[in-house]
Write a protein that binds this ligand. Structure first.
Ligand SMILES: NC(=O)c1ccc[n+]([C@@H]2O[C@H](COP(=O)([O-])OP(=O)(O)OC[C@H]3O[C@@H](n4cnc5c(N)ncnc54)[C@H](OP(=O)(O)O)[C@@H]3O)[C@@H](O)[C@H]2O)c1
Length: 343
């Protein structure tokens, strides 16, 4: 099998570290691996397949110099905006985890379980965008139901883990909990989040826009429409919760046709990357603790609306660093190799 020269930009971050684990687990066909980060971390080492690999500083010509063929980017939107075109220009396919290119008409936005053929549009810019973590797990559950019953509208409330804000988000929750047990929480000044996150919920993720929705909420609207190729109505309320890892979502779906919860459950049981955990009588339903460190999107609490026969409610949980970022990126790369990789 052909092997590839692979770069990971953001190698020392939450998503970058998980990417290495998944590339290892999946036995991804790597010839050389190039971990990239800022000058702050250059020279440090990451472990890959039992060996230490040095982190190199990200520069404009590093992709050309190392003949990189696949470049995963997860170092923030500004880094992707500046450096991804250099990687693409050097001949690599860029798989970008940031929001920077997602809504560009000539950049495919891909969840392989939903719209794998869109990968073929990569050639125009050399870039494939990975959707927002909250969007990925939601569309994985929506797509099979849309195919069966036709979705008209989606109302979603998210319960998003602190690691969605990177390593420093996790550190902020842990630090605040330590301060709470030392009776010093009152002195803590929030850094990463707009308010204290320990023992709290914050109904704001990213900045507010003119229409009073946050940027995160509008990402869920626009990205869902782009991936499903459909102007489905979406309304989102995104909330940060004091959970370390894995996002949860309460989703209400309005269909064109009448829908039966039992049928929906069967469809989801057969859908790719979905695990149905729906035995309320045995207290079994998806929770962050069962989703963490896995590559599945867990769906449960599937039930008909009390009033209208074309409405379904469900609860969906996934590890947003894996399913919502690193795993989806690796699945895109695997699909890209299948469709476009040369022998
Ligand atoms: N966390 C999630 O659940 C999640 C999910 C989906 C998408 N994303 C997206 O993925 C990206 C990374 O998120 P994260 O959670 O991994 O963040 P993180 O834990 O804060 O890590 C950021 C990474 O970017 C690197 N970096 C920062 N500035 C850089 C620069 N100027 N040049 C080169 N490297 C630089 C950092 O390297 P240094 O060590 O050198 O600082 C670090 O490796 C973000 O765009 C985020 O929106 C995150």
């Amino acid at each position: 099998m052909r092997k590839y020269n692979v770069a990971v930009v953001g190698a020392t971050g939450a998503v970058g570290e998980e990417l290495f684990r998944i590339l290892e687990e999946q036995k991804f066909p790597i010839r050389t691996l190039l971990p990239l980060a800022s000058a702050r971390s250059a020279g440090s080492e990451i472990e890959f397949n039992g060996k230490s690999v040095k982190v190199v500083e990200l520069t404009e010509n590093v992709f050309e110099k190392h003949n990189i063929e696949i470049a995963f980017f997860s170092a923030g939107g500004d880094v992707s905006a500046h450096f991804a075109p250099f990687a693409a220009e050097a001949g690599a396919v860029v798989i970008d985890n940031t929001s920077h290119f997602r809504m560009d008409a000539d950049v495919p936005l891909v969840v392989p379980e939903c719209n794998p053929a869109d990968i073929l549009l990569w050639k125009t810019r050399g870039i494939i965008a990975n959707p927002n973590c909250s969007t990925i797990q939601m569309v994985q559950a929506l797509k099979p139901l849309d195919d069966a019953f036709g979705i008209k509208r989606v109302d979603v409330s998210t319960y998003q883990a602190v690691s969605g804000a990177g390593k420093s988000g996790m550190e902020e929750l842990v630090h605040q909990m330590q301060e709470f047990f030392a009776f010093r929480l009152g002195d803590v000044v929030p850094q990463k989040f707009p308010h204290q996150i320990a023992l709290n919920l914050i109904p704001q993720i990213d900045v507010f826009l003119e229409n009073d929705y946050t940027k995160e909420e509008i990402k869920m609207v626009k990205e869902t429409q782009k991936i499903l190729h459909k102007n489905v109505e979406v309304s989102a309320t995104c909330v940060r919760v004091p959970v370390l890892r894995s996002h949860s979502e309460a989703i209400t779906i309005h269909f064109e046709k009448d829908v039966d919860a039992e049928k929906a459950r069967d469809i989801l049981k057969n859908a790719p990357s979905i695990v149905v955990v729906d035995e309320p009588e045995n207290k079994k339903y998806p929770m962050p603790l069962i989703a963490t460190d896995t590559d599945f999107t867990y769906v449960g609490r599937i039930r008909n609306d009390i009033y209208q026969s074309n409405i379904l409610h469900l609860w969906c949980v996934a590890d947003q660093i894996r399913v919502g970022a690193a795993t989806n990126a690796v699945r895109i790369a695997q699909k890209w190799i299948e469709l476009e990789g040369q022998d």
